[in-house]
Design a protein. Structure first.
Length: 268
């Protein structure tokens, strides 16, 4: 078991709680993205035990973060949304140098890759962000559970793709608050149904990403970088209206940059 992955999973889990921030982006910063995709794909191979040793601590860390921080994130987005999102904007900006280094952009990018990068920016920046994510669905029917299952599939597919936030997908579908409420209240029925959807979505999407990383690595990274840059426009909460608010936003933005730098140094 690679127990170091617990703290990596915690970092990914916290980021996945925020609409617009991707756990896959954090995985790139931590230097484990390629291995994460390979490990998920390897679950059905002869070396499945080795891959479980990588994935179990990572999943434990993500689960711990999601259950522990769901209340806090719910509160922060409700009462301190602007500074919270500024922190994550700083984190994403701080991640970009590592993405460019991982892709070896200086030597490998051509005009086609630049076009893919701008396409990624355009696709993500056009998505609307409403952190409310719809009202909590109190009275659940069979169709509600079917919706939650497929929401989990779509969100998890986005979750492991850097730049596309699983939480943002849930916001767009309108079930973000319902799922966050279920996690914070430990609603097992909703958690299990969404969990099954997430598992199927991750396995399916990882195979697609693995194929493109093997066959078209530079082009895939160019598109991913565009998605990450575009996510800044999605979660940017606007300029501060008062001097005190501006100071707070600058401080938390700098904190996001610093954490990205520290994590990058630790892992690389």
């Amino acid at each position: 078991m690679e127990w170091k992955n617990i703290y990596r999973g915690i970092a990914m889990g916290i980021s996945d709680l925020v609409p617009g921030v991707s756990g896959g982006t954090i995985a790139v910063l931590l230097g484990i993205y390629d291995r994460l995709i390979a490990a998920i794909n390897g679950l059905l191979s002869k070396e499945w035990k080795k891959h479980l040793g990588f994935l179990i601590p990572l999943g434990a860390g993500m689960g711990l973060a999601i259950f522990s921080f769901s209340h806090l994130m719910k509160w922060l987005l409700a009462f301190h949304m602007q500074p919270t999102l500024y922190f994550f904007v700083g984190l994403i900006v701080g991640i970009l140098p590592y993405l460019f280094r991982e892709s070896e952009a200086r030597t490998t990018f051509t005009w086609k890759h630049i076009l893919l990068l701008f396409l990624g920016i355009l696709l993500i920046s056009m998505l609307p962000l409403d952190p409310e994510g719809g009202a909590v669905i109190e009275h659940k029917t069979l169709s509600t559970y079917v919706l939650l299952f497929f929401s989990g599939m779509l969100a998890s597919a986005a979750m492991i793709l850097p730049g596309i936030s699983g939480s943002l997908v849930l916001v767009l579908i309108g079930v973000y608050q319902t799922i966050i409420h279920a996690i914070s209240e430990f609603d097992l029925k909703v958690i299990i149904i969404v969990g099954f959807g997430i598992a199927i979505g991750i396995i399916t999407m990882s195979k697609i990403i693995h194929y493109f990383l093997i066959k078209y690595r530079t082009a895939t990274f160019a598109f991913i970088i565009g998605l990450v840059i575009g996510s800044i426009f999605v979660i940017f909460p606007g300029w501060a209206s008062t001097v005190s608010q501006l100071v707070i936003c600058v401080i938390v933005f700098a904190a996001g940059l610093l954490i990205a730098y520290i994590l990058g140094k630790v892992e690389y």
